[in-house]
Design a protein around this ligand. Structure first.
Ligand SMILES: NC(=O)C1=CN([C@@H]2O[C@H](COP(=O)(O)OP(=O)(O)OC[C@H]3O[C@@H](n4cnc5c(N)ncnc54)[C@H](OP(=O)(O)O)[C@@H]3O)[C@@H](O)[C@H]2O)C=CC1
Ligand SMILES: O=C(O)[C@@H]1CCC=N1
Length: 282
């Protein structure tokens, strides 16, 4: 199976590296199309070092690939689909990770009965971890879905969901790693303020987040119950409860809920951007 990425940006390269590292797709079966303006840029050297094939032609990439990931931004999708449409055949499966862009809009821009799957991954798949939710279009078969699921399961957890939730998934897990990176940085900075070295503090913060996530996944327990395990009820303890009181007073949980909602709202705006040719935001 040959895998192509239209757009050789951050997500595409994370996926390509993740697939190669996991042994899911050999580098020689991976293609990426990068615009001409990448020539001479450091990104192109990094991409070439991966050993994948790089072209400056989206249409050549389509001709070379069985599975085509649309790893571009919403503002160029209309033009790109118009450009490649004459080169699309029944051989192709299109997978779109684009925030906000619906399956229907991709299907309508490509030849009738083109098989399309929409998915929302996240970039930690570069290290073989992460969460991907996908939804099948009208013509994508169960087998197509299983194929995507097997491929993405090499680089994290992947499951089929409903397209109507995909904007919310974008606000939750597509963008989620950024919220967690921010949290790790903030926790580590707190440690530094209390006298730890930056390096130690960062490691302790990252290991703590990883361990807590693992505990949720392995026990299947409600996070509030696990929180109670950490918080001593005894008046002689309560250092965790004192900290949590501060977090609640600062609206910590409401802030994270608002973040997911804001991510979803912006994703819906991106959908409108995708409806216009070469949209440029003011
Ligand atoms: N980054 C993430 O964490 C995630 C991203 N996504 C989605 O993935 C998509 C890509 O995001 P991301 O990788 O972050 O964005 P990037 O901007 O890093 O990558 C997009 C790439 O597309 C290239 N490009 C622009 N126009 C064209 C064209 N006409 N033909 C081919 N390539 C073109 C850009 O080149 P140039 O820079 O030269 O313009 C750039 O390299 C988005 O739709 C996003 O919503 C989904 C989940 C997570
Ligand atoms: O911010 C973005 O556009 C993308 C969508 C999900 C994560 N990053």
């Amino acid at each position: 199976m040959s895998v192509g990425f239209i757009g050789a940006g951050r997500l595409a390269m994370a996926m390509a590296k993740g697939f190669i590292r996991a042994g899911a797709v050999p580098a020689e079966n991976i293609f990426a199309s990068a615009p001409d303006n990448l020539v001479g840029r450091a990104e192109l050297r990094n991409i070439k070092e991966l050993g994948i094939h790089v072209t400056h032609s989206n249409t050549a990439l389509v001709s070379q690939s069985d599975v085509v990931f649309l790893a571009i931004k919403a503002n160029v999708v209309k033009n790109v689909l118009e450009e490649i449409s004459p080169f699309v055949t029944q051989r192709h499966l299109f997978v779109t990770p684009m925030a906000g862009i619906t399956i229907k809009s991709v299907e309508e821009a490509l030849p009738a009965e083109t098989r399309v799957i929409r998915m929302m991954p996240n970039t930690p798949l570069v290290v073989g971890e992460g969460a991907t939710v996908y939804a099948r279009g009208e013509h994508a078969t169960k087998h197509d879905g299983e194929m995507v699921e097997v491929l993405l399961s090499n680089v994290g957890w992947c499951f089929e969901g409903k397209e109507e939730y995909m904007d919310a998934v974008t606000g939750l897990s597509g963008s989620g790693p950024a919220y967690v990176f921010l949290s790790i940085d903030a926790l580590a900075t707190g440690g530094v303020k209390m006298g730890l070295s930056r390096q130690e503090s960062l490691r302790v913060a990252a290991e703590t987040i990883q361990a807590a996530a693992k505990r949720v996944l392995e026990t299947g327990a409600h996070p509030s119950m696990l929180k109670d395990e950490v918080c001593s009820n005894n008046i002689l303890g309560q250092s965790a409860l004192s900290a949590i009181h501060k977090m609640e007073a600062g609206g910590f949980r409401a802030l994270l809920m608002d973040a997911v909602e804001a991510g979803e709202d912006r994703t819906k705006e991106l959908r409108r951007m995708g409806e216009v040719k070469n949209h440029v935001e003011d």
